[in-house]
Design a protein around this ligand. Structure first.
Ligand code: NAP
Length: 355
């Protein structure tokens, strides 16, 4: 079975691109540059840039996105793009201290004795002395060792011997070294985050999770906000990423119309002179969250940068009606861990077959 990273690699469309030299950001007048304050006191931009997939494009697209005004870069060890991201940051000419860089620890590096070494590996590849944010990618722990997807003879994932709480406590220690400015989690349930809150001294600064108009998770978002945990929406455009159709993680719901083709989004966009994609991203920002759309296409990156604008309450209310509790990212069966167990939108993939 191919690894996540191998499956993530696909043909790029970079041939026709042009990469302008360093230029000062000029956003449309209607476009804001919202940022939020994390529970650490640090600022995080509302609008960011995802780097999952298309490794050959990431150096140039990260550089372009930064030159055009993005200041939040999201990556992960398991994406196999940290080197490219690091080169893109350098190439952009934007000072490192002006950029919020976040990466994620992968599940085979969760043993407490492996955590700082894994951070060092990421820092080396990103070519930076620190990251602004380190996330635990999933709550499940895989067998420690070089194999990112350790499987037994029957192809089943082999679990690690420590828990996410052990990993979290090791991450807390890395903060003290200055190599990591803040720590957080991704793909956790409410119960799992409660464990961290109750049994450690650090409340996660961020929860990165799937949120888009088809999976709004209103109650969970309110709970996170109440606990001072900032939400970063991954897959903010919903089911745009073909990965979800290819893996089978969301087989039962893969037939759904693309979020951005919902007519109501087009109608709302027309009022503001914005595209449905921009409306979807603005919905996330107007809800107090960060969004990290990924793109390797110049005009799309530029369009996404113009997505920080105010939506009227009646338009926010219209978008609320699109909630379908449809979760596309659910590798529970594959990872042998019941993810999102107490959250909305767990039905799709759990009833289907994994890849
Ligand atoms: N923590 C986690 O477990 C997790 C899981 C998934 C994702 N993430 C993070 O979240 C980021 C974003 O998620 P994602 O890549 O799954 O989904 P996404 O950003 O919602 O969607 C990406 C897709 O939308 C397309 N797109 C982007 N901007 C567009 C525009 N303006 N117009 C039309 N199409 C546009 C992209 O096309 P092109 O690629 O062709 O440009 C790509 O196919 C990832 O890159 C990663 O950093 C984290």
């Amino acid at each position: 079975m191919a690894s996540l990273a191998a499956r993530a690699t696909r043909a790029t469309v970079l041939g026709k691109k042009s990469f302008p030299p360093f230029s000062v950001v000029s956003r449309a007048l209607s476009t804001k540059a919202t940022s939020y304050t994390l529970n650490t006191g640090a600022k995080i931009p509302a609008l960011g840039f995802g780097t999952f997939q298309d490794p050959d494009s990431q150096e140039n697209t990260v550089s372009l996105a930064l030159q055009k005004g993005m200041r939040l870069i999201d990556t992960a060890r398991v994406y196999n793009v940290e080197e490219q991201v690091g080169r893109g940051i350098k190439k952009s000419g934007i000072p490192r201290e002006d950029i919020f860089v976040g990466t994620k620890l992968w599940c085979n590096d969760y043993h407490p004795n492996d955590v700082e070494r894994a951070v060092d590996d990421s820092l080396r590849d990103l070519d930076t002395p620190y990251v602004d944010l380190l996330l635990m990618h999933y709550p499940c722990t895989f067998k420690r060792g070089p194999d990112r997807f350790p499987r037994d003879a029957d192809g089943r994932m082999v679990a690690g011997e420590t828990t996410f709480l052990d990993t979290w406590k090791a991450m807390e220690k890395v903060i003290e070294t200055g190599k990591v400015k803040a720590i957080g989690v991704s793909n956790f349930s409410r119960g799992e985050i409660s464990t961290l809150i109750n049994e450690s001294s650090t409340i996660p600064a961020v929860h990165q999770m799937e949120v888009h108009p088809y999976l709004q998770q209103k109650g969970f978002n309110e709970w996170l906000q109440k606990n001072g945990i900032h939400v970063v929406q991954f897959s903010p455009l919903g089911n745009m990423n073909d990965f979800y159709r290819q893996t089978g993680w969301s087989k039962e719901i893969s037939h759904m119309m693309r979020v951005i083709d919902q007519p109501i989004l087009k109608e709302i966009g027309e009022k503001y002179g914005k595209s449905p994609v921009q409306v979807v991203l603005a919905w996330g920002i107007n809800s107090g969250r960060s969004v990290i759309p990924k793109s390797v296409v110049d005009w799309q990156i530029e369009q996404n940068l113009e997505a920080d604008f105010e939506l009227q309450p009646e338009d926010m209310a219209q978008i609320a009606t699109l909630d379908a509790k449809a979760r596309f990212n659910d590798p529970s069966l594959d990872y042998e861990w019941r993810l999102y167990s107490d959250l909305e939108g767990i039905d799709g993939a759990m009833k289907g077959k994994t890849h």
